[in-house]
Design a binder for this molecule. Structure first.
Ligand SMILES: Nc1ncnc2c1ncn2[C@@H]1O[C@H](COP(=O)(O)OP(=O)(O)OP(=O)(O)O)[C@@H](O)[C@H]1O
Ligand SMILES: [Mg+2]
Length: 135
């Protein structure tokens, strides 16, 4: 029983992300430039914990969040969120998390706070009446 309670809600094992981008060297010459943004990240976060991810610019914070929220494919390694494994169960992960990427409101900046809640509630398939009361 205790072992079940202590199961991490986020479990990351060996998560590695290497970006590859083309670097122009001249009119007809280019080479592939590699950036290791995450290198073998292991991390356990337990239910009820508040976890802050701190680091200097370029440390890989956004890359890690994007991998965990299924927005970016890791190069290798894996993670489990709410018991669902990254590359196996993307839809279940998306349905079980909430994510607000700061400064990336994109299309939704014209919506009020209440309209935002209503919109995202609809994406999570909460019925209209329940959305109204919960918002
Ligand atoms: N699409 C990309 N293509 C190539 N390299 C990238 C790409 N995105 C990020 N990087 C590089 O990966 C590394 C990690 O970047 P990331 O954005 O994850 O860092 P961060 O910790 O979120 O930084 P910041 O504090 O500035 O938001 C940096 O060296 C960055 O230049
Ligand atoms: Mg960032």
């Amino acid at each position: 029983m205790i072992a079940r309670i202590m199961e991490p809600i986020i479990k990351i094992r060996g998560l590695t992300k290497i970006y590859q981008s083309k670097q122009r060297l001249g009119l007809f010459r280019s080479r592939v430039k590699e950036v290791v943004a995450l290198k073998d990240v292991d991390l356990d976060i337990f239910p009820g914990e508040s976890f802050g991810l701190l680091g200097p610019n370029g440390a890989g914070k956004t890359t890690l969040i994007k991998c965990l929220t299924t927005l970016l494919l890791p190069t290798r390694g894996t993670a489990w969120l709410n018991g669902h494994q990254l590359e196996r169960d993307e839809n279940a992960i998306r349905a079980s998390i909430g994510c607000m990427l700061m400064g990336e409101r994109g299309l939704y900046w014209k919506l009020t706070g209440r309209e935002n809640l209503d919109f995202f509630g609809a994406l999570y398939q909460i019925p209209p009446d329940a959305r109204k009361t919960q918002a």
